[in-house]
Every structure is written in structure tokens, then in C-alpha cells.
Design a protein around this ligand. Sequence first.
Ligand code: NAD
Ligand code: UFG
Length: 348
Amino acid sequence: MKNILITGGTGYIGSHTCLALLKRGFNLTIIDSNINSSSLSISRVKKILKDEYYDEKIVFFKGDIRDKKFLDEIFLNSIKQNNRIQGVIHFAGLKAVSESLFQPLVYWENNVYGSICLFEIMGKYDCKNIVFSSSASIYKNNSLKPILETSEIKPCTPYGQTKVAIENILEGIFKTSSNSWRIANLRYFNPIGAHESGLIGENPLSTPNNLFPIVCRVADGSICELQIFGNDWPTNDGTPVRDYIHIMDLAEAHCAGLDFLFKNKPQFINLNVGTGIGTSVLELVNKFMEVNNCRIPYKYSQKRLGDLPFVVAENKLITSILEWRPKRNIEQMCRDGWQWQKNNPNGF
Ligand code: NAD
Ligand code: UFG
């Protein structure tokens, strides 16, 4: 079976994707600096799979993608052990949008320079298949219409700019290498929730900034009140609308993306990964309270800088090209996310 390198594989999306890939039989080489995660997520993944058979299918190396010597050794070893890395899913990166406004250089250096190091070593070892974690934050959407892959790209934060830069670098690599690479940029919308076992989930090491982990912490009492950023947006109930996607649906999109790349001719493709369904902040909060039978005290406060009213995917391209469609609804996202939080109030 193919060996896939997962950068950032102990993080939120990475750990769920590792689980989905192992179930499909892939061998995994995981690397992570653990700057925003714990490698305990790997033991939890193994616990979910409940089978010693999987122990041999995962190797983990703690390290940084900006360390080319470290990357080189990993690729070289995989060849020596007759388990050559044939593809990469590249999650490793810093992702706090607001932090990137204050520390742009840190984001450019970690995300963009780190990616350059990775792509260079991949090229050296003739590993030319990659799925990259891009983001809906690259789009400039001021309308109330779903976003297409061809919609205007105009990120308003350094975080989003690093994602565009990495996509552009990959496009350059594709065009200048006689089109020999297979590259899929998956542009995620808003992943939330957790695996249904409640054993793995989102584990932000610093104070969370995103809505869902904050809602979970208000539900368990560790944050006293949710602030909803604005109630006069041009949406049905005045609060912003997002396309929330269950983390396991997102994880499965990576498996489908890899299968697609391996089965088809070399290409460079951008795909939105969302459900196509919009949910407002207020709808999410109400659904969470209803499904989990709990209280989420909230108050309206000022709009957050750079927020947009409506960020929902047009997902026709991905559902027509990949053997994938989102299966889990907002109720399941709320139920699974809360189960993780209840069982693991302090993370891993
Ligand atoms: P995460 O922080 O849980 O995972 C990222 C992982 O990368 C972490 O485990 C971190 O320790 C590791 N990492 C960071 N820099 C590294 C480096 N230089 N070398 C090695 N490891 C490094 O975040 P996530 O939510 O799982 O996001 C994964 C990817 O998806 C990120 O690239 C993020 O930008 C992107 N993304 C996330 C969202 C979201 O809402 N979660 C939305 C769009 C895109
Ligand atoms: N929100 C609140 N109160 C909070 C936190 C958030 O009202 O305490 C609102 C925001 O105003 C926004 C919505 O909840 O309208 C969702 O906010 P998030 O911070 O959870 O998510 P964003 O849509 O702003 O951004 C997220 C990720 C990005 C990613 C993007 C893709 O943080 O990395 O989704 O759409 F690129």
C-alpha cells in the first residue's frame, strides 16, 4: 500500500484525516512540530482503530518542515525501507487569522518558507503528488452568493495571503515541470465537530478564536458568555452565515482527493470543500443548545475586523469530480463536537 507523508498530521484536521486514510489502508509517515498540537492524538487514532495491525502502518517524526535536513532524511529513509513516500498531504501551518495581522512575518516564514522547503525535497525525491490545505479565506466575498473556485481571490489577512502564495508556488511548479505534478488545493470552508467516538477533536493550545470551540467552552462553563460579532449583517437574522462542514467529511475529502490524483493524469486543480449549506451564527448557537440540551448565554458585540457576511461554498466541482459528498449535518457536527469537549475539557 502507498505511503503518504502527512505534514501537520497531529493537528485537528490532520489527525482526523490520518484516521480516514488508515481505514483505507494507506501507510502514513506523520511529521509535526507540535507547535499547536499534541502527538497524543496519534495514540487516540490507534485507540479508535483498536487493532495492533495499525501500529506498523504509522510512523511519527517530531520536527519542523523548515528543516530541510530533517525532511531529506525522512524521504531517504522511506526509500531505504522500501516504503517510498508517494504522496503528501500538507497541513502544517499556522492558522490563527487575527494573530497573522500582528505577526505577518511569522506567518510568511512558517507557512510559505516551510512549504518551499517541503516542495524542494519532494522534487528531489521525485514525489510529485500533493494535496494542499488551502482556505476559503482567500476569497473576497461581499455578496450573498455561494463562492465558486473562479470567484475573486483577494485575501484580507496575511494568513490568507500565505495560502494564495503557496497555491501560486504550486502552480508555478506544475507549469515549469512539464506538467508532471499532480496537485490539488483543497479550499476548506468552516470545519467543526469531532470524530463520533469523542476521542479526537480540536485542541487549540492557546485561547480559541473560532466560533465553534468558543461555543463548546461556553457550554461547559469555562467561558461565561459568547460574544456574537454584530447583528446587523445583511442576512436573514442579522448574524454572519458560514458553511460549516463536519471534520470527518473534510477528512474523507482528502482520501477522495488523493485517490483522484493517483488515478488521473498530472494536473493542477482547485476545489472548494464545503457543504453548500449556509448556517448563521445564531442558527448554530440555537442548534447546539437544542441538540445538546444545554445553555449558551450570548450577547451581541461590535463586528470583528475583516469579517464577511456570507461565506458559503459552491461545491458542484468537488462533488462532480471526486467520489465524495458531505454526509453529516449540522446536528451531528454539534453533537460530536460537544461529546469531544465534554470528555476532554483540557484537550488530550
Ligand atoms: P492545527 O493547528 O490543528 O494543525 C496544523 C498543524 O501543523 C499543527 O499540528 C502544528 O503543530 C503543525 N505545524 C505548524 N507549523 C509547522 C511547521 N513549521 N512544521 C511542522 N509542523 C507544523 O490546524 P488545523 O485546523 O488542523 O489546520 C490544518 C491546515 O488546514 C492548516 O494549514 C490550516 O491553515 C488549514 N485550514 C484550517 C481551517 C480551519 O478552520 N481549521 C480552515 C482552512 C484551512
Ligand atoms: N464569531 C462570533 N463570535 C466569536 C467568534 C466568531 O460571533 O467569538 C462569528 C464570526 O464573526 C464569524 C463566524 O462566527 O461570522 C465564524 O467565525 P470563525 O472565526 O469560526 O470562522 P471564520 O469564518 O472567520 O474563519 C474560519 C477560519 C479560517 C478559514 C475560514 C474559512 O478561522 O482559517 O474559516 O471560511 F479560512
